[in-house]
Design a protein around this ligand. Structure first.
Ligand code: T4K
Length: 381
């Protein structure tokens, strides 16, 4: 007798923002009101910058109003031009920041397991116009930072990491934001740590931080000197205050997510055709930002798209991060590096991935039910 599953009463989304106790937020707002200081390097901003240096284990950090502007400024600060090698398996922001800097994105195929840029293929795409590599730690899985740096050093290229998904990730105790020249973290509401909208750049160089701080504030050095064509990338005091409160709840949220992570892995381990992306690896501190599976249609018996559609009937809203590939967008399709033949592994990943609901507000029962529904969809092919 097949088990019957009733739809969830309320929609289950891929994620929900971590909402701290409202009283703690209003307490912070009260401080801001009293200070009459709303933005431009206020006390909340200063405090959050300091706390994040510790949380991310990085030497220098600059806060931003969102991750995308931060990444645009990162390219500006390194004076990148010409071509930059990047991954097609990412959120649109990654290649778009290159376009906004008048740089041509060159798409490189990905690693079949990590789904990050394939460091072994980067070299074949380097031309005299190449100035940098823009890699993404997709779903918080660390890139092959050693190989990427080797290639970059050999050709005199800069390295930027889009670490939007990698808050708190560490390799052997080293903060992920210390690799390359610059890393970008997103603090969007959907991220483990958030400021509603927000982001940060991290660096090892004090000079780079000074340049970035000028660039994100119109290039204003003082009341009478504007030293470069900057933009407005500043995080305001309300965002920073929210971040300070959210930061206190992060460890607890990660503990909850770890339990859900293990529950997913246990419930799905014997499901034919479903592979979990697992970042609980020795030496790696996992961010627990997403829970991602790949559905191999042949082995599972139904396609990823069918699972995505069928789950909606149970009030479960999964996401196809990252389908379509960025190289398939009308604005990038024309590029020679976008040709399907060059990106076979990325195409396969984009056709198989599914981000399942994953946030501390879910219970183990919820996860067991979601996994039961996945198996029910399979059996009723
Ligand atoms: N690089 C990478 C690799 C990225 O993934 C991103 C952003 C960026 C760069 C750019 O960083 P930011 O400029 O955003 O700082 C979401 C996020 O908006 C986006 O930040 C994130 N990546 C991306 C992977 O996910 P959407 O279009 O999927 O968001 P949305 O509105 O569909 O939200 C997803 C689900 O979250 C909803 O179904 C329900 C839930 N949700 C969402 C919001 C906004 C809530 O429950 N409450 C909320 O307030 O992009």
């Amino acid at each position: 007798m097949p088990k019957k599953f009733k739809p969830f009463h309320t929609p289950i989304y891929v994620t929900r923002p971590l909402l701290p106790d409202l009283n703690n937020v209003t307490e912070k707002l009260d401080e801001i009101w009293k200070s009459q200081w709303l933005t431009n390097n206020g006390p909340q901003h200063e405090l959050l910058e300091k706390e994040l240096l510790g949380a991310l284990k990085v030497p220098y950090l600059s806060l931003f109003n969102n991750g995308t502007i931060a990444l645009i400024v990162a390219c500006q600060s390194l004076r990148l031009s010409g071509e930059v090698i990047t991954t097609p398996f990412t959120f649109p922001a990654t290649p778009h920041v290159l376009t906004w800097n008048n740089i041509k994105p060159i798409f490189c195929d990905i690693d079949p397991i990590t789904m990050n840029i394939d460091a072994n293929r980067i070299e074949t795409l380097i031309t005299p116009q190449t100035t940098a590599i823009l890699a993404v730690h997709v779903f918080g899985t660390p890139c092959d930072t050693i190989k990427i740096q080797e290639v970059a050093d050999r050709y005199g290229l800069r390295v930027i990491y889009d670490a939007a998904h990698a808050f708190g990730v560490e390799i052997e105790g080293t903060g992920i934001g210390t690799f390359g020249d610059i890393s970008m973290f997103s603090f969007h509401a959907t991220k483990l740590f958030h400021t509603a909208e927000g982001g940060a750049l991290t660096f090892n160089s004090r000079e780079l931080k000074s340049r970035v701080d000028l660039l994100k504030n119109f290039g204003i050095k003082n009341e009478e000197e504007v030293v470069m064509p900057g933009i407005n990338g500043k995080m305001n005091e309300i965002q920073a205050a929210l971040g300070l409160v959210v930061l206190k709840d992060i460890d607890e949220e990660r503990r909850k997510r770890k339990v859900l992570y293990d529950t997913y892995k246990e419930c799905l381990k014997n499901v034919e055709g479903v592979t979990c992306l697992d970042n609980d690896k020795p030496g790696i501190k996992n961010s627990y930002q997403y829970f991602v599976v790949r559905i191999d249609e042949r082995a599972f018996g139904r396609s990823r798209d069918t699972v995505y559609d069928e789950m909606k009937k149970y009030n479960i809203f999964t996401r196809k991060y990252f389908y379509p590939l960025c190289s398939d967008y009308p604005c990038y399709r024309y590029l020679p590096s976008s040709e399907t033949a060059n990106l076979q592994i990325a195409y396969k990943a984009a056709g198989e991935v599914l981000s399942l609901p994953f946030y501390g507000g879910l219970s183990e029962n919820d996860i067991e039910k979601i996994c039961g529904i996945i198996q029910h969809i399979q059996k009723n092919a």
